[in-house]
Design a protein around this ligand. Structure first.
Ligand code: ZN
Length: 369
Protein backbone atom coordinates (compact mmCIF):
# COMPACT_ATOMS: atom_id res chain seq x y z
CA UNK A 1 0.00 0.00 0.00
CA UNK A 2 1.48 3.36 -0.99
CA UNK A 3 1.76 6.21 1.43
CA UNK A 4 -1.53 8.03 2.05
CA UNK A 5 -3.47 5.34 0.21
CA UNK A 6 -5.79 4.97 3.20
CA UNK A 7 -6.33 8.71 3.24
CA UNK A 8 -7.35 8.77 -0.42
CA UNK A 9 -9.44 5.65 -0.13
CA UNK A 10 -11.40 6.96 2.85
CA UNK A 11 -11.72 10.56 1.77
CA UNK A 12 -15.35 11.56 2.51
CA UNK A 13 -17.63 11.69 -0.55
CA UNK A 14 -20.60 13.25 1.17
CA UNK A 15 -21.17 15.49 4.19
CA UNK A 16 -22.26 12.64 6.45
CA UNK A 17 -18.83 11.04 6.10
CA UNK A 18 -17.00 14.17 7.27
CA UNK A 19 -15.99 13.76 10.91
CA UNK A 20 -15.59 16.29 13.70
CA UNK A 21 -17.12 19.31 11.93
CA UNK A 22 -20.84 18.93 12.64
CA UNK A 23 -21.70 22.63 12.86
CA UNK A 24 -20.02 23.50 9.57
CA UNK A 25 -21.40 20.46 7.79
CA UNK A 26 -24.95 21.25 8.94
CA UNK A 27 -24.71 24.83 7.73
CA UNK A 28 -23.37 23.79 4.32
CA UNK A 29 -26.02 21.08 3.95
CA UNK A 30 -28.67 23.64 4.78
CA UNK A 31 -27.39 26.03 2.16
CA UNK A 32 -27.47 23.31 -0.48
CA UNK A 33 -31.00 22.32 0.50
CA UNK A 34 -32.37 25.86 0.58
CA UNK A 35 -30.31 27.00 -2.41
CA UNK A 36 -29.03 30.01 -0.49
CA UNK A 37 -25.49 29.86 -1.72
CA UNK A 38 -22.87 32.47 -0.87
CA UNK A 39 -20.38 33.70 -3.42
CA UNK A 40 -17.17 33.51 -1.42
CA UNK A 41 -16.28 31.15 1.38
CA UNK A 42 -13.15 30.85 3.49
CA UNK A 43 -12.38 27.49 5.08
CA UNK A 44 -9.66 27.79 7.70
CA UNK A 45 -8.13 25.31 10.13
CA UNK A 46 -5.22 22.93 10.69
CA UNK A 47 -4.14 20.42 8.09
CA UNK A 48 -6.24 17.30 7.78
CA UNK A 49 -9.38 18.71 9.38
CA UNK A 50 -11.57 18.38 6.27
CA UNK A 51 -11.37 21.76 4.53
CA UNK A 52 -10.61 20.50 1.04
CA UNK A 53 -12.96 17.54 1.39
CA UNK A 54 -15.82 19.83 2.40
CA UNK A 55 -14.97 22.22 -0.45
CA UNK A 56 -15.11 19.40 -3.01
CA UNK A 57 -18.36 17.99 -1.61
CA UNK A 58 -19.98 21.43 -1.48
CA UNK A 59 -18.87 22.23 -5.04
CA UNK A 60 -20.42 19.00 -6.27
CA UNK A 61 -23.56 19.37 -4.17
CA UNK A 62 -24.48 22.84 -5.43
CA UNK A 63 -24.26 21.58 -9.01
CA UNK A 64 -26.06 18.31 -8.30
CA UNK A 65 -29.49 18.00 -9.94
CA UNK A 66 -31.01 16.06 -7.02
CA UNK A 67 -28.95 16.55 -3.87
CA UNK A 68 -29.65 14.02 -1.12
CA UNK A 69 -29.89 15.62 2.31
CA UNK A 70 -27.55 18.40 1.17
CA UNK A 71 -24.93 16.06 -0.30
CA UNK A 72 -24.27 15.20 -3.96
CA UNK A 73 -26.37 12.29 -5.26
CA UNK A 74 -23.64 10.67 -7.38
CA UNK A 75 -26.40 9.57 -9.78
CA UNK A 76 -27.11 12.62 -11.93
CA UNK A 77 -25.03 13.57 -14.95
CA UNK A 78 -23.30 16.45 -13.14
CA UNK A 79 -22.27 14.21 -10.27
CA UNK A 80 -21.11 11.48 -12.61
CA UNK A 81 -18.61 13.65 -14.49
CA UNK A 82 -15.11 12.66 -13.42
CA UNK A 83 -13.45 15.22 -11.17
CA UNK A 84 -10.65 15.81 -13.68
CA UNK A 85 -13.09 16.39 -16.55
CA UNK A 86 -15.59 18.55 -14.68
CA UNK A 87 -15.12 22.02 -16.15
CA UNK A 88 -17.42 23.57 -13.56
CA UNK A 89 -15.16 22.84 -10.62
CA UNK A 90 -11.75 24.44 -10.88
CA UNK A 91 -9.17 23.53 -8.25
CA UNK A 92 -6.18 25.79 -7.89
CA UNK A 93 -3.18 25.19 -5.66
CA UNK A 94 -2.09 28.67 -4.68
CA UNK A 95 1.24 27.32 -3.47
CA UNK A 96 2.33 26.87 -7.09
CA UNK A 97 0.00 29.40 -8.81
CA UNK A 98 0.45 32.48 -6.70
CA UNK A 99 1.32 35.23 -9.15
CA UNK A 100 -0.91 38.09 -10.21
CA UNK A 101 -0.95 36.61 -13.76
CA UNK A 102 -2.33 33.33 -12.43
CA UNK A 103 -5.20 35.14 -10.74
CA UNK A 104 -5.83 37.39 -13.77
CA UNK A 105 -6.30 34.25 -15.86
CA UNK A 106 -9.03 33.16 -13.48
CA UNK A 107 -10.64 36.58 -13.26
CA UNK A 108 -10.75 36.91 -17.07
CA UNK A 109 -12.57 33.58 -17.33
CA UNK A 110 -15.22 34.33 -14.72
CA UNK A 111 -17.58 35.71 -17.35
CA UNK A 112 -17.97 32.32 -19.02
CA UNK A 113 -21.02 30.38 -17.90
CA UNK A 114 -20.68 26.94 -16.33
CA UNK A 115 -20.68 24.00 -18.77
CA UNK A 116 -23.29 21.77 -17.14
CA UNK A 117 -24.07 22.86 -13.63
CA UNK A 118 -25.59 25.99 -12.20
CA UNK A 119 -22.33 27.25 -10.71
CA UNK A 120 -18.71 27.54 -11.65
CA UNK A 121 -16.81 26.81 -8.45
CA UNK A 122 -13.23 27.92 -7.86
CA UNK A 123 -11.50 26.12 -5.01
CA UNK A 124 -8.28 27.93 -4.14
CA UNK A 125 -6.22 25.82 -1.77
CA UNK A 126 -3.41 27.27 0.39
CA UNK A 127 -4.78 30.67 -0.51
CA UNK A 128 -2.44 32.41 1.96
CA UNK A 129 0.37 31.74 -0.55
CA UNK A 130 -1.00 34.32 -3.02
CA UNK A 131 1.14 37.39 -3.51
CA UNK A 132 -0.33 40.68 -2.34
CA UNK A 133 -0.89 41.73 -5.96
CA UNK A 134 -2.66 38.46 -6.65
CA UNK A 135 -4.94 39.07 -3.66
CA UNK A 136 -5.73 42.53 -4.99
CA UNK A 137 -6.55 41.10 -8.41
CA UNK A 138 -8.92 38.67 -6.73
CA UNK A 139 -10.54 41.21 -4.47
CA UNK A 140 -12.91 42.81 -6.93
CA UNK A 141 -14.17 39.47 -8.19
CA UNK A 142 -14.88 38.36 -4.64
CA UNK A 143 -16.68 41.60 -3.98
CA UNK A 144 -18.98 41.43 -7.00
CA UNK A 145 -18.73 38.02 -8.60
CA UNK A 146 -20.99 37.04 -11.50
CA UNK A 147 -24.15 35.21 -10.31
CA UNK A 148 -22.81 31.83 -11.44
CA UNK A 149 -19.47 32.01 -9.63
CA UNK A 150 -18.62 30.60 -6.19
CA UNK A 151 -15.20 30.93 -4.58
CA UNK A 152 -14.03 28.58 -1.86
CA UNK A 153 -10.74 29.69 -0.38
CA UNK A 154 -8.96 27.26 1.94
CA UNK A 155 -6.05 27.98 4.24
CA UNK A 156 -4.16 26.73 7.27
CA UNK A 157 -2.87 30.23 7.97
CA UNK A 158 -5.75 32.63 8.22
CA UNK A 159 -3.59 35.35 9.80
CA UNK A 160 -1.86 35.75 6.42
CA UNK A 161 -5.11 36.63 4.62
CA UNK A 162 -5.60 40.38 4.01
CA UNK A 163 -8.41 42.00 5.99
CA UNK A 164 -10.00 43.23 2.77
CA UNK A 165 -10.54 39.60 1.75
CA UNK A 166 -11.60 38.45 5.22
CA UNK A 167 -14.37 41.02 5.36
CA UNK A 168 -15.90 39.74 2.13
CA UNK A 169 -16.07 36.00 2.73
CA UNK A 170 -18.26 33.63 4.71
CA UNK A 171 -15.78 32.12 7.12
CA UNK A 172 -15.80 28.62 8.58
CA UNK A 173 -13.25 27.61 11.21
CA UNK A 174 -12.52 23.89 11.12
CA UNK A 175 -11.72 22.39 14.52
CA UNK A 176 -9.07 19.82 15.37
CA UNK A 177 -10.72 16.40 15.31
CA UNK A 178 -11.01 14.81 18.76
CA UNK A 179 -9.21 11.60 19.76
CA UNK A 180 -12.62 9.92 20.16
CA UNK A 181 -13.71 10.83 16.62
CA UNK A 182 -10.36 9.76 15.16
CA UNK A 183 -10.53 6.47 17.07
CA UNK A 184 -13.99 5.77 15.68
CA UNK A 185 -12.81 6.50 12.15
CA UNK A 186 -9.65 4.39 12.49
CA UNK A 187 -11.68 1.43 13.74
CA UNK A 188 -13.98 1.73 10.73
CA UNK A 189 -11.03 2.00 8.35
CA UNK A 190 -9.24 -0.98 9.91
CA UNK A 191 -12.34 -3.16 9.67
CA UNK A 192 -12.88 -2.15 6.06
CA UNK A 193 -9.22 -2.83 5.22
CA UNK A 194 -9.05 -6.15 7.08
CA UNK A 195 -6.42 -4.82 9.51
CA UNK A 196 -6.63 -6.06 13.10
CA UNK A 197 -5.48 -3.77 15.89
CA UNK A 198 -5.62 -3.69 19.69
CA UNK A 199 -7.96 -1.03 21.10
CA UNK A 200 -5.04 0.64 22.88
CA UNK A 201 -3.08 0.71 19.65
CA UNK A 202 -5.95 2.41 17.82
CA UNK A 203 -6.26 5.07 20.51
CA UNK A 204 -2.50 5.65 20.47
CA UNK A 205 -2.59 6.20 16.71
CA UNK A 206 -5.56 8.55 17.08
CA UNK A 207 -3.66 10.47 19.74
CA UNK A 208 -0.61 10.78 17.49
CA UNK A 209 -2.79 12.21 14.73
CA UNK A 210 -3.03 15.38 16.84
CA UNK A 211 -6.41 16.37 15.46
CA UNK A 212 -5.68 15.63 11.81
CA UNK A 213 -7.54 12.91 9.91
CA UNK A 214 -4.83 12.87 7.28
CA UNK A 215 -2.02 12.43 9.81
CA UNK A 216 -3.92 9.77 11.76
CA UNK A 217 -4.54 7.71 8.61
CA UNK A 218 -0.99 8.14 7.38
CA UNK A 219 0.36 7.03 10.79
CA UNK A 220 -2.06 4.08 10.71
CA UNK A 221 -0.66 3.11 7.37
CA UNK A 222 2.94 3.36 8.53
CA UNK A 223 2.24 1.31 11.64
CA UNK A 224 0.33 -1.38 9.75
CA UNK A 225 3.27 -1.75 7.39
CA UNK A 226 5.59 -1.99 10.40
CA UNK A 227 3.54 -4.46 12.46
CA UNK A 228 4.33 -8.10 11.93
CA UNK A 229 0.71 -9.23 12.23
CA UNK A 230 -2.06 -7.55 14.23
CA UNK A 231 -1.19 -4.04 15.35
CA UNK A 232 -0.29 -3.91 19.04
CA UNK A 233 0.25 -0.95 21.33
CA UNK A 234 3.93 -1.86 21.37
CA UNK A 235 4.05 -1.70 17.56
CA UNK A 236 2.66 1.83 17.65
CA UNK A 237 5.16 2.88 20.30
CA UNK A 238 8.21 1.51 18.56
CA UNK A 239 7.19 2.44 15.04
CA UNK A 240 6.55 6.05 16.09
CA UNK A 241 9.61 6.18 18.35
CA UNK A 242 7.42 7.10 21.33
CA UNK A 243 9.48 6.84 24.52
CA UNK A 244 8.45 4.04 26.84
CA UNK A 245 6.78 5.39 29.93
CA UNK A 246 9.20 3.54 32.25
CA UNK A 247 12.15 5.70 31.15
CA UNK A 248 10.07 8.86 31.49
CA UNK A 249 8.90 7.86 34.95
CA UNK A 250 12.44 6.96 36.03
CA UNK A 251 14.09 10.16 34.88
CA UNK A 252 11.37 12.19 36.58
CA UNK A 253 11.97 10.29 39.82
CA UNK A 254 15.73 10.86 39.57
CA UNK A 255 15.18 14.57 39.06
CA UNK A 256 12.84 14.75 42.01
CA UNK A 257 15.21 12.80 44.25
CA UNK A 258 18.27 14.62 42.93
CA UNK A 259 19.92 11.34 41.94
CA UNK A 260 22.35 12.66 39.41
CA UNK A 261 24.35 9.48 38.97
CA UNK A 262 21.28 7.44 38.07
CA UNK A 263 20.10 10.20 35.76
CA UNK A 264 23.36 10.19 33.79
CA UNK A 265 23.25 6.41 33.62
CA UNK A 266 19.73 6.43 32.20
CA UNK A 267 20.40 9.10 29.56
CA UNK A 268 23.53 7.21 28.59
CA UNK A 269 21.60 3.97 28.17
CA UNK A 270 18.94 5.66 26.06
CA UNK A 271 21.58 7.36 23.95
CA UNK A 272 23.64 4.25 23.29
CA UNK A 273 20.53 2.23 22.46
CA UNK A 274 19.94 4.67 19.61
CA UNK A 275 17.09 6.68 21.09
CA UNK A 276 16.55 10.06 19.43
CA UNK A 277 17.25 12.34 22.37
CA UNK A 278 15.40 15.33 20.93
CA UNK A 279 12.28 13.17 20.69
CA UNK A 280 12.89 11.93 24.21
CA UNK A 281 13.04 15.50 25.49
CA UNK A 282 9.75 16.27 23.79
CA UNK A 283 8.15 13.17 25.29
CA UNK A 284 9.50 14.13 28.69
CA UNK A 285 7.89 17.55 28.42
CA UNK A 286 4.64 15.84 27.54
CA UNK A 287 5.10 13.49 30.50
CA UNK A 288 5.37 16.43 32.93
CA UNK A 289 2.23 17.87 31.45
CA UNK A 290 0.43 14.54 31.81
CA UNK A 291 1.41 14.33 35.48
CA UNK A 292 0.12 17.86 36.07
CA UNK A 293 -3.17 17.04 34.37
CA UNK A 294 -3.53 13.94 36.55
CA UNK A 295 -2.90 15.99 39.69
CA UNK A 296 -5.34 18.72 38.78
CA UNK A 297 -8.29 17.10 37.00
CA UNK A 298 -10.82 14.49 38.06
CA UNK A 299 -11.23 12.53 34.86
CA UNK A 300 -7.67 12.98 33.62
CA UNK A 301 -7.67 10.04 31.26
CA UNK A 302 -10.56 11.56 29.30
CA UNK A 303 -7.95 14.10 28.28
CA UNK A 304 -4.87 11.88 28.07
CA UNK A 305 -6.35 8.74 26.44
CA UNK A 306 -3.60 6.50 27.83
CA UNK A 307 -3.90 2.73 28.14
CA UNK A 308 -5.22 1.85 31.65
CA UNK A 309 -2.02 0.21 32.87
CA UNK A 310 0.11 3.16 31.76
CA UNK A 311 -2.32 5.64 33.24
CA UNK A 312 -2.14 3.89 36.64
CA UNK A 313 1.67 4.04 36.58
CA UNK A 314 1.61 7.76 35.85
CA UNK A 315 -1.03 8.32 38.49
CA UNK A 316 1.04 6.78 41.25
CA UNK A 317 4.02 8.89 40.23
CA UNK A 318 1.94 12.07 40.03
CA UNK A 319 0.69 11.55 43.58
CA UNK A 320 4.25 11.64 44.89
CA UNK A 321 5.40 14.85 43.21
CA UNK A 322 4.08 18.29 44.03
CA UNK A 323 2.72 20.52 41.30
CA UNK A 324 5.23 23.31 41.88
CA UNK A 325 8.04 20.94 40.90
CA UNK A 326 6.13 19.63 37.88
CA UNK A 327 5.32 23.12 36.69
CA UNK A 328 8.97 24.11 36.98
CA UNK A 329 10.12 21.01 35.05
CA UNK A 330 7.52 21.66 32.38
CA UNK A 331 8.58 25.25 31.99
CA UNK A 332 12.31 24.44 31.82
CA UNK A 333 11.87 21.69 29.26
CA UNK A 334 9.42 23.70 27.13
CA UNK A 335 12.00 26.46 27.05
CA UNK A 336 14.63 24.23 25.43
CA UNK A 337 12.29 22.79 22.80
CA UNK A 338 13.47 25.19 20.08
CA UNK A 339 17.14 24.76 21.05
CA UNK A 340 16.86 20.99 20.79
CA UNK A 341 16.29 21.17 17.06
CA UNK A 342 19.65 22.85 16.50
CA UNK A 343 21.66 21.35 19.31
CA UNK A 344 24.51 19.07 18.32
CA UNK A 345 24.14 17.29 21.64
CA UNK A 346 20.52 17.03 22.73
CA UNK A 347 21.58 14.52 25.39
CA UNK A 348 23.76 17.10 27.09
CA UNK A 349 21.00 19.69 26.83
CA UNK A 350 18.60 17.32 28.60
CA UNK A 351 21.14 16.57 31.32
CA UNK A 352 21.95 20.23 31.88
CA UNK A 353 18.28 21.17 32.02
CA UNK A 354 17.54 18.37 34.51
CA UNK A 355 20.50 19.54 36.55
CA UNK A 356 19.27 23.12 36.56
CA UNK A 357 15.87 21.95 37.73
CA UNK A 358 17.44 20.11 40.63
CA UNK A 359 19.70 22.98 41.58
CA UNK A 360 17.14 25.74 41.34
CA UNK A 361 14.45 23.85 43.17
CA UNK A 362 16.47 22.24 45.91
CA UNK A 363 19.18 24.83 46.29
CA UNK A 364 21.88 22.22 46.35
CA UNK A 365 23.38 19.47 44.26
CA UNK A 366 23.64 16.09 45.84
CA UNK A 367 25.49 13.49 43.89
CA UNK A 368 24.04 10.28 45.14
CA UNK A 369 24.64 6.93 43.48
ZN1 ZN B 1 -26.13 14.61 -8.43
Amino acid sequence: MGHLALYRQFRPKNFDEVIGQDAIVNTLKNQVTTGEIGHAYLFTGSRGTGKTSCAKIFAKAINCLHPVNGSPCYECENCKTDDGLNMDIVEIDAASNNSVEDIRDIVNNLKFLPTNGKYKVYIIDEVHMLSINAFNALLKSIEEPPEHVVFILATTEVHKIPKTILSRVIRFDFKLVSVEELTKLLKKVFVASGIKAEDEAVVAIARSGEGSVRDALSIAEGVSAYAYKDITYLDVQSSLGISDSDSLIKITDYMYEGSLGKLFELTNNLYTSGKNMAVFAKDLTLHFRNLLIINTTDEANDILHLPDEEFEKLKSQAQNIDNAHLLFYLKKFSDIEADLRYSISPRMLIEMTALECIRELDGKLQVSP
